[in-house]
Design a protein. Structure first.
Length: 188
């Protein structure tokens, strides 16, 4: 398996953090330090979960380049990324949705029920996530037509989970990358 640092030559990677951003010990922040070519999609108000505003920011960064792109999102960033994906952006090739926030907690269930992905995507969730129970995450993964990965009892898969560089996540990013390339090659 190749190292994820090689991914951006073929597919751009956007990192979309969740509510309150991702602190110093968060795997997204660590990935940004390890792979500076990954593009950070920060929100002007990371403390205010507004779906339309967040999705518009993701859309602006996504469409700023025509390069084929994978989004790696966390928590509320997953909901914003899914909402953006519903616009049918041509260069979006895949989504890695880590510990998505439960749409019900933000009164977004109706908007999220409309999401049906037609690109490779994976939801990774924990059995001990306070933001969404594993069974609900699996249900949403089915609704969104994504693969589902149970990461075990690792909380909200954030800095408090003490995952370091999170090798499991990098392995799933590599798998998603490979799947996106295979889809692109078939379409060419």
């Amino acid at each position: 398996m190749s190292q994820p640092a090689e991914l951006s030559a073929q597919l751009r990677v956007l990192l979309v953090p969740g509510l309150h951003g991702s602190g110093a010990g968060h795997w997204q922040t660590r990935w940004q330090a390890l792979y500076p070519e990954f593009v950070w999609v920060g929100q002007r108000r990371a403390d205010l979960p507004e779906l339309e505003v967040w999705a518009e920011r993701v859309h602006r960064v996504l469409t700023a380049s025509p390069q084929p792109t994978i989004i790696v999102a966390h928590s509320f960033g997953c909901l914003a990324s899914l909402h953006c994906a519903m616009r049918g952006v041509a260069n979006l090739r895949g989504l890695l949705l880590v510990a998505p926030a439960d749409p019900l907690k933000f009164d977004l269930e109706q908007q999220m029920l409309a999401v049906r992905l037609r690109i490779p995507a994976t939801v990774i969730a924990s059995t001990t996530d306070p933001w969404m129970a594993s069974a609900r995450a699996a249900l949403w993964a089915t609704r969104w037509q994504t693969q589902f990965v149970n990461a075990g009892p690792v909380g909200h898969i954030n800095a408090d989970s003490a995952l370091g560089d999170w090798p499991l996540g990098l392995a799933h990013l590599q798998r998603l990358h490979d799947a996106c390339l295979n889809v692109s090659e078939v379409a060419a």
